[in-house]
Ligand binder design. Structure first.
Ligand code: FMN
Ligand code: SF4
Ligand code: SF4
Length: 246
């Protein structure tokens, strides 16, 4: 079983491909009601995006519920650039035999703009080739640690990641502009279930994973986060692939 969490589709795409190549199933953590029985599983994988050099909080919470297992355990993270010690920290919660990072298009538009089309395509094509290799390694049950950690990983995955979870993950700066037509997609698809519609406009509650699905997926491009996102692009993998005809 391959469990995944994904804001804008990169990690879902990786999990789905991995599942197909290793004859397994991909399961979204955000829609799980309870952890399924895993006694018969020969492999258990986790796939997720990197948030501030760490694993997303719902992934860590889910990993804590996983049983000890004889199955081959592995994790694959997707990141715009580097993962720090995210995988080493996750392995402290749930032992991992193999860890990988895959560089994918960046969706952190609160900090920088989306990748240009060529950069995004180059990342996706490289990731596709890497997925072929790591699927074989997983099938061979080969223990591998191939993670792009980057510089100052201990600091970034320590204090910076702690600060992200403690202070950055709030919804105060989200708002919908007049372009919103009240379609309700943001409320239906928020993995934290934090968005409701009031008078046809989204209202954000307190819990937020900062996956940025709401802001990237809005068909009207109506969601903003403070002033930082007005002039930045939007990205979901599905839309990107459709735009380039794939
Ligand atoms: C809140 C947040 C923090 C992020 N932090 C990092 C980071 O520390 N390093 C990095 O390389 N990418 C970072 N990213 C980029 C994502 O990890 C990357 O785009 C990922 O592939 C998105 O996956 P998804 O489409 O499955 O959500 C961050 C994205 C978000 C939304
Ligand atoms: S997805 Fe966009 S258009 Fe639809 S309700 Fe949410 S903010 Fe409004
Ligand atoms: S409010 Fe937006 S960013 Fe926060 S968890 Fe929901 S979809 Fe993700």
């Amino acid at each position: 079983m391959i469990f995944y969490f994904s804001g804008t589709g990169n990690s879902r795409w990786v999990a789905t491909q991995l599942a197909a190549k290793t004859r397994d199933q991909a399961q979204d953590i955000a829609t799980l009601k309870a952890v399924p029985a895993l006694q018969q599983e020969t492999q258990i994988g986790l796939v997720f995006p990197i948030y501030a050099w760490g694993a997303p909080e719902p992934v860590c919470a889910f990993a804590k519920t996983l049983p000890k297992t004889e199955a081959f355990t592995f994790a694959v993270c997707t990141c715009g650039e580097e993962a720090g010690y995210a995988m080493k920290k996750l392995a402290e919660i749930w032992p991992l035999r193999s860890c990988y990072s895959l560089v994918m298009p960046n969706n952190y538009i609160l900090g920088a703009d989306v990748d240009d089309e060529q950069t995004a395509l180059r990342k996706i094509q490289k990731a596709e080739a890497e997925i072929r290799v790591l699927s074989e390694e997983i099938l061979e049950r080969k223990p591998v640690y191939r993670v792009q950690e980057g510089a100052m990983a201990a600091f970034k995955s320590g204090i910076v990641h702690f600060g992200f979870n403690r202070f950055a993950r709030n919804t105060r700066a989200f708002y919908a502009t007049n372009a919103c037509n009240g379609c309700g997609l943001c409320a239906q698809s928020c993995p934290a279930g934090t968005i409701t519609l009031s008078d046809g406009k989204p209202v954000w509650g307190k819990l937020c994973y900062q996956c940025l699905r709401c802001i990237h997926s809005c068909p009207q491009r109506a969601i903003q986060y403070g002033k930082s996102t007005e002039n930045r692009g939007r990205y979901t993998l599905d839309r990107y692939l459709k735009n380039i005809g794939r």
